[in-house]
Design a protein around this ligand. Structure first.
Ligand SMILES: Cc1ncc(COP(=O)(O)O)c(C=O)c1O
Length: 468
């Protein structure tokens, strides 16, 4: 009977070998073979942290679709023991994400929300308090209110665009400040450098959900942030094919803890999803460039349309935090702008991401008319992928945010979130134009000029079960 070749245990003590075998995953550093230190972001996205498969030379890391790994002897293995703890395809994605953000390998999760859940549970216990942006992804609010509050972890939802409000909200029990910028769905920004000055002084970790801009457009860790969180479901994978999440930090102890909690909670990413994300990541800078260019065009179209009441896009000079967007988005994509950047010298090669939010004049019914009449754009949840998606946050992604919090923070019933995709921007604009044509303008005054053409209702059947 043939036997697998076995390597004899080394002289290491049994305890040492056994402890090593039980680590969630051995510590790794990102290898950037052949990459110049100043390699451009497109090069890093394609090559960074990647190497051909060591067993076959396959240029792409294969999908290691396996549960377990044969061990050479008790306590002697090749780095992976069980795919809830680690998997070579997932590790390859973690290396590539680490290269992109100039951190050690990231930690990848089954979803963005699994990443956030694992982070909260790794850093917080009963009696602890977390300061959170008052505008965040609705699932983050639901997690804090529905799951963590009954476990004794409390959250204050604060306007984190106001540095003083953050400082005032911090108590002796605060163990984490968690911000999202640009915020989903209103695109409100957080001055990460200013908040980091406070958290550093107090020794509280600052986590930034950087899903909307990705490390390609924004580097919170270079501005004093400690942790970045991503829903890789969005731009990083970018093709509406997977759900996934990741966390990056330069804190080695926290990385170990996150891996241990991921193993304990069972929140690791699946190898096939990691493989698809590795593939998507290669074109991230290319896609972000085009998403941003098209979003700016769409935002300008909407801004000039008589039936559109409000447009939120950080690249528009009317956006209240346009200067902060310019200062903070250290775009590596476009022409370098010499000297101090200002809205005057920002050119079309300054990038602000692919999400635009807007309200149609005439309120909720007019907004619903537009959402129900688009033909090219798809009415769906998700963002950051090739297809343009139009979303109604109140009935879709933010339905579990208490109404009072939504109203206070500008998540109005009529707000529309548009994730501008990679179709020809002229086609996206033509589609929005024909949908806006369905909203009939009557006599002045302007506030009374819009009436309904179609009797539309917001479909909320089975809402509690369907909210993402
Ligand atoms: C900013 C942000 N963070 C986190 C999440 C959660 O990610 P996932 O849907 O991958 O769980 C989302 C989802 O929309 C999001 O928009």
């Amino acid at each position: 009977m043939s036997r697998l070749p076995r390597r004899l245990p080394t002289s290491k003590s049994f305890e040492a070998r056994s402890a090593a075998a039980h680590r969630a995953e051995p510590s790794r550093t990102v290898r950037n073979r052949g990459l110049a230190a100043n390699a451009g972001i497109d090069t890093v996205a394609i090559r960074g942290g990647r190497r051909p498969d060591p067993t076959t030379g396959a240029i792409l890391t294969p999908i290691y679709q396996t549960t377990t790994y044969a061990q050479d002897a008790v306590g002697v293995h090749k780095g992976h023991t069980y795919s809830r703890a680690s998997n070579p395809t997932v590790s390859a994605l973690e290396d590539a994400l680490g290269a992109l953000e100039n951190t050690p390998p990231a930690v990848c999760f089954s979803t963005g929300l699994a990443a956030i859940t694992t982070l909260f549970l790794a850093l917080l216990k009963a009696g602890d308090h977390v300061v959170v942006s008052d505008v965040v992804y609705g699932g983050t609010v639901r997690l804090l209110n529905l799951v963590l509050e009954p476990l004794g972890i409390t959250a204050s939802f604060v306007d984190t665009s106001d540095v003083n409000a953050v400082e005032d909200a911090i108590t002796s029990r605060t163990r984490l400040v968690f911000v999202e910028t640009p915020a989903n769905p209103t695109l409100k920004l957080v001055d990460v450098e200013a908040i980091a000055r406070i958290t550093k002084k107090l020794g509280i970790p600052l986590a930034v959900d950087n899903t909307f801009l990705t490390p390609v457009l924004f580097r919170p860790l270079d501005l004093g942030g400690d942790i970045t969180v991503y829903s890789t479901t969005k731009y990083i994978e970018g093709h509406n094919a997977t759900v996934g999440g990741s966390i990056s930090t330069r804190d080695a102890k926290l990385l170990d803890r996150l891996r241990l909690f991921r193993k304990s909670l069972g929140s690791i990413q699946a190898p096939f999803d990691a493989w698809l994300t590795l593939k998507g990541l290669k074109t991230l800078p290319l896609r972000i460039r085009q998403h941003s260019r098209s979003a700016l065009e769409v935002a300008r179209f909407l801004e000039s349309h008589p039936k559109v009441a409000k447009v939120f896009y950080p690249g528009l000079s009317e956006f209240p935090q346009a200067e902060l967007a310019l200062r903070q988005n250290r775009s590596q994509l476009g022409t370098k702008i010499e000297g101090k950047r200002s809205l005057k010298n920002a050119d079309s090669e300054t990038f602000f991401g692919g999400i635009v939010a807007f309200e149609v004049a005439g309120g909720v019914d007019s907004g619903v008319t537009v959402m129900n009449n688009v033909q090219l754009c798809t009415l769906a949840e998700n963002l950051g992928a090739t297809e343009t998606l139009i979303t109604h946050p109140v009935s879709m992604t933010h339905g579990d945010v208490p109404r009072e919090q939504r109203e206070r923070t500008g998540i109005t019933d009529g707000l529309i979130r548009l994730s501008v995709g990679l179709e020809d921007p002229a086609d996206i604009i033509a589609d929005l134009e024909q949908a806006l044509d369905q909203v009939v303008v009557q006599a002045t005054p302007r506030s009374a000029r819009i009436t309904r053409t179609t009797r539309t209702t917001i479909k909320t059947r089975g809402r509690a079960r369907q909210l993402a």
